[in-house]
Design a protein around this ligand. Structure first.
Ligand code: ADP
Ligand code: MG
Length: 578
């Protein structure tokens, strides 16, 4: 009774398989990692029925010696740790348990030949038991076939999703491998159809940076058009790759390709870091697309923390976090006005040429008097200078500006654009302690719940830093005496009510920065040119020039685009001219 027994190997392997192999894609991951570790130049992957029926991975790597075949499929047998420091592992594999795990839950055949052998050898198992080892014809490299995965573990089989879904996961995985292993050719066949063919780009791959050509080939032109290169370094930490611009976003994190020292990483805590870095540039429920190649000394990370090696543990996560956030912010700041090309594509798909199209364009010329400090600054108009946002032609529906650019036209949402400009200006002035205020001729009195007023009084001093001078006025109201000049046209009452009601006054901000952003954003939203205001052509041009010189002006503070672009080519196509 209750005596302790040592488990038989076959059971130990199955237990390991339960951790290492979640689904067909995890088997593919292990096999491809082995091919990468074997210095392969070309890796082919064949999948049948979502990988449930068959997975084959073939490579042209250095192969396995005949005498090592049995060892290769035994547990805790690896060629990758040669008395070297376990905390400086360069290879993808290191535990020596992948093949033994796969063997224990499938019908498995491995053929391999090393360069110095004249003939290859095949080792074959059926549901974990050895069938044979025999010579076969095989070119240099390794060819592994896994059939009927999880047949012996029906519960696991039951948890798999549709074949199509499992195939999609495998495709995504191979794309991930292909981006970071850009000196290897990958071919993926699903149910005998070639799904991916990713050749090595004809450029100098000696450089360790992921080439744009490879990313374009794997993720398509759209991502390249809508991303910016990142390349930052601090001490021994490096981050390279491509950041999707904020308006090019998705509703999940599937399009985030993150690597640490060449390993594919799926780590929730990193997703959170990206969210913080993109904060106030997109809606909170959106995710940016990105390719991030993080590199650091090998002993800065522990790679042995996750059975499928999807996560790593950093020695100094605080340092990494602040490095990543500041690197991403610095890079995104270079974008200024760029907005996603996806927006214009979506529009083109929607527009069907109509005869009354032109009649929708209404020229409005009535003047509007801006006394914003923004527009006091003289903007030099140099005709020889190129202005990417072009020159305003007209305004329509009292909110949209049409501008002619070198390549086509753009349509600007004046409210959204102005909001971003005011927001960035406020923040800049806030940090520079330079917010200019204007004393209200007639102070504005606002009634406030008497329960709130007590807690408000001490926080009003804080709002003064934003150029809002407010005092308690009696037991049930406050009085606003000064506001920032930049929003002198705003509805003061509505603004202050918004600031109070949006709980800006509560102490639940996680960082000072979040607080500043929130207040500036509320002020900007209320102080910006509303839709429904007529602008003169000069004013429209001023807005365009400001956009060109303002950080992140491609999207408003809520993440909506501030403008869309239609190039002449696309317009001509709409009219059937091309
Ligand atoms: P690990 O990769 O952690 O060493 P595996 O069980 O995945 O463990 O593989 C065991 C061993 O089999 C490897 O260490 C390697 O020597 C050999 N091996 C597996 N696949 C290949 C391959 N495609 N090419 C060359 N050697 C391989
Ligand atoms: Mg391995």
């Amino acid at each position: 009774m209750n005596r302790i027994k040592i488990l038989p190997d076959s059971l130990i392997n199955k237990i390991a398989a339960g951790e290492v192999l979640e689904r067909p894609a995890s088997a593919v991951k292990e096999l491809v990692e082995n091919s990468i570790d074997a210095n392969s130049k070309k890796i082919n992957i064949f999948i049948k029925n979502g990988g449930k029926k068959e997975i084959t991975v073939s490579d042209d790597g250095y192969g396995i010696n005949k005498d090592d075949l049995e060892k290769a499929v035994s547990r805790h047998a690896t060629s990758k740790i040669n008395g070297l420091d376990f905390y400086k592992i360069k290879t993808m594999g290191f535990r020596g348990e992948a093949l033994s795990s796969i063997v224990s839950v499938s019908d498995f055949t491995l053929k391999s030949k090393q360069q110095n052998q004249s003939v290859g050898y095949e080792i074959s198992f059926s549901s974990g038991s050895l069938k044979h080892i025999k010579p076969v014809s095989q070119k240099n490299g390794t060819y592994v076939t896994v059939k009927n995965l999880f047949c012996s573990t029906p519960v696991r089989l039951k948890f798999l999703k549709t074949e199509n879904y499992e195939s999609q996961l495998i495709k995504r995985l191979i794309q991930k491998f292909a981006i970071i292993n850009f000196d290897i050719e990958f071919n993926l066949f699903i149910d005998e159809k070639k799904i991916l063919q990713i050749k090595v780009p004809k450029i100098d791959c000696q450089s360790r940076e992921i080439p744009k050509e490879r990313v374009r080939e794997v993720l398509g032109k759209e991502f390249i058009e809508n991303s910016i290169k990142i390349n930052e370094k601090k001490d021994d930490l490096f981050v390279g790759g491509f950041l999707g611009i904020p308006t090019f976003n998705y509703s999940n994190s599937n399009n985030q390709f993150v690597y640490v020292n060449g390993r594919i990483i799926n780590d929730k805590s990193l997703t959170t870091i990206f969210r913080v870095a993109y904060r106030d540039l997109m809606f909170h429920d959106k995710f940016p697309q990105l390719v991030l190649d993080i590199r650091c000394p090998l002993d800065w990370v522990d790679v042995n923390v996750h059975p499928m090696k999807n996560e790593v543990r950093f020695k100094d996560i605080v340092f990494l976090k602040s490095f990543l956030i500041s690197s991403i912010r610095t890079t995104l700041e270079k974008i200024t006005h760029k907005a996603s090309t996806l927006n214009s594509r979506k529009i083109i798909e929607k527009i069907k040429p109509k005869n009354d199209f032109q009649q929708n364009l209404v020229l409005k010329e009535k003047s509007l008097n801006f006394d914003d400090e923004l527009y006091e600054e003289e903007i030099k108009k140099n005709d020889t200078e190129t202005h990417p946002l072009g020159f305003a032609k007209s305004q329509f529906h009292e909110n949209f500006i049409i501008s002619e650019t070198e390549k086509g036209i753009i349509i600007v949402d004046q409210h959204a654009a102005h909001e971003r400009i005011v927001y960035e200006k406020l923040k800049q002035d806030f940090y520079g302690n330079k917010i200019k205020t204007q004393i209200l001729l007639i102070p504005v009195v606002i009634d406030v719940d008497n329960l709130v007023i007590e807690s408000l009084s001490e926080k009003l001093a804080m709002l003064e830093k934003y150029g809002l001078k407010i005092e308690v006025f009696g037991s049930k109201s406050i009085i606003v005496r000064e506001i920032p000049i930049i929003i002198s046209n705003c509805n003061v009452k509505k603004l202050i009510e918004a600031i109070i009601s949006e709980k800006v006054m509560e102490e639940d901000f996680n960082t000072i920065e979040a607080e500043i952003n929130k207040i500036c954003s509320t002020i900007a939203c209320h102080g910006s040119i509303r839709s429904g205001r007529k602008l003169q052509v000069d004013e429209m041009n001023e807005l365009l020039r400001k956009m060109e010189n303002t950080k992140f002006s491609g999207q408003c503070n809520h993440g909506r685009p501030t403008y869309i672009e239609l190039n002449l080519n696309e317009i001509e196509k709409l009219f059937g001219r091309k």
